[in-house]
Design a protein around this ligand. Structure first.
Ligand code: NAD
Length: 409
């Protein structure tokens, strides 16, 4: 099974409980438009670098396409399609006026110089600038991209279309970015984790967590949970990981990561592999790296009570079934990591208004919106006696379907 098929499996689980015709289903799952572009640059050593860039525009019933750009060697058309579809459902779950899109480039940014990364980004924009825009399609950071990459996109786009900071979100605060955007996804993960634990009569304080991935999402999630008294006992990244049963000192870990660019080798813990992290005894397991992490085999060995999907698409459907049968609560990606697109929306609104909001307002509005979305999903799951994932998809499908019908097919 591939990633897009897995996303559609979850769509079908929810659509099966709703009144959706076959034609409506086809219309809702198929992407609107798919771009694939050759991106050729001169490398620092004078050789030619060949890359392929993708942008999948999945659905725009509720507003412009919206979603991240991923720079990673595994990026391909299917992955972009799956992630674009997830964005359609995610923007609907938290009710922001966007559709879903996603894209990326099959490159390894860790092997590129800053100059090569900039040339690659600008060349990609040169190829797709007519298809993106503040009211068409608004990219944002994802794995392997950050505020700097967004700043280059904004600048390159402006060469063709004039000053349009709202073409992209996740920009640096000094260049039309929003306060709170960098931390937003992790902040949202921590909010949804807190709300989920409250339903299980648990608190963040004293609860143990293991986090896979210590990039933007994983590290901010760790900081916010740690600040509430949560015990982060294990973290990993692409280079390795660490475990400390009494709880990792996150401030010290951050200093170490700033110097070494990895959590591996951190002296405040013992080393652990990624596979070991997934099955370590812990209350809450948070995948915050790539997709496709849980399969039927390792799902059987997971010892957590709760899986909070901070990454996009970490759970294959067969693993989801195992979690269900074992009574492990899975909080779905389209709800958990929606804080990123929520604050991206706030950034876009600020850019269009040419007016800045203070951090307190952004975090307050993010929290209100995420808690409300959690409640809607949780109550629907209770009412329909279904999983949180199925409830989240049902809520999203209803909103997207209704918009589509109201606008006219
Ligand atoms: P990032 O590039 O900042 O960090 C990714 C992290 O994952 C790094 O620590 C990397 O070392 C680690 N990693 C990569 N391969 C790994 C492996 N095989 N095992 C363990 N760790 C591995 O990316 P990010 O922005 O933090 O995104 C992480 C996840 O969150 C992705 O699934 C992304 O789609 C999702 N997400 C991100 C945002 C956002 O605002 N950045 C929003 C919503 C969802």
């Amino acid at each position: 099974m591939q990633a897009f098929e897995a996303t559609n499996f979850y769509f079908d689980e929810a659509a099966g409980l709703m009144d959706i015709t076959g034609n409506m289903r086809t219309m809702m799952i198929n992407p609107d438009r798919e771009l694939r572009v050759e991106v050729v640059i001169e490398m620092d050593n004078g050789e030619i670098g060949n890359f392929v860039g993708y942008r999948v525009q999945h659905d725009q019933s509720r507003g412009p396409f919206k979603g991240g750009l991923r720079f990673h060697p595994h990026v391909d058309q299917d992955e972009a399609r799956a992630l674009a579809s997830l964005m359609t459902w995610k923007t609907a779950v938290v009710d922001v006026p966007y559709g879903g899109g996603k894209g990326g480039m099959n490159c390894d940014p860790s092997k590129l110089s800053k100059q090569e990364l900039e040339r690659l980004t600008r060349k990609f924009v040169e190829k797709i600038h007519d298809f993106i825009g503040p009211h068409k399609d608004i990219p944002a950071p994802d794995v392997g991209t950050d505020g700097q990459v967004m700043a280059w996109i904004m600048n390159e786009y402006s060469k063709y279309h004039g000053f349009e900071p709202a073409v992209v979100t996740g920009k640096p605060v000094e260049l039309h970015g929003s306060a709170g955007r960098e931390a937003a996804t992790g902040y949202g993960v921590a909010i949804i984790t807190r709300e989920t634990l409250a339903k299980l009569k648990m608190h963040v304080a004293g609860t143990t967590f293991a986090i896979q991935g210590y990039g933007n999402v994983g590290s901010f999630t760790a900081r916010f949970l740690h600040a509430q008294g949560g015990k982060i006992i294990a973290v990993t990244d692409a280079q390795g990981g660490i475990i400390h049963k009494e709880g990792i000192d996150i401030a010290e870990l951050d200093k170490y990561v700033a110097a070494h660019k990895t959590v591996a080798g951190f002296p405040g813990g013992n080393s652990i592999t990624n596979e070991e992290l997934l099955v370590t005894p812990v209350d809450v397991l948070i995948p915050a790296a790539l997709g496709g992490v849980f399969n039927a085999e390792n799902a059987l060995q997971v010892q957590a009570k709760v899986v909070v999907e901070a990454a996009n698409g970490p759970t294959w459907p067969d693993a989801d079934a195992v979690f269900k049968s074992r009574g492990i609560v899975v909080v779905p990606d389209i709800l958990v990591n929606a804080g990123g697109v929520l604050v991206s929306y706030f950034e876009w609104v600020q850019n269009l208004q040419h007016f800045r909001w203070p951090l307190e307002q952004i975090q307050r509005e993010q929290e209100t919106k995420m808690v409300d979305s959690f409640k809607s999903v949780y109550e629907l799951a209770q009412r329909k006696n279904c999983s949180l994932r199925t409830a989240a998809f049902m809520l999203a499908i209803k909103r997207v379907g209704r918009a589509r019908v109201l606008a006219g097919i």
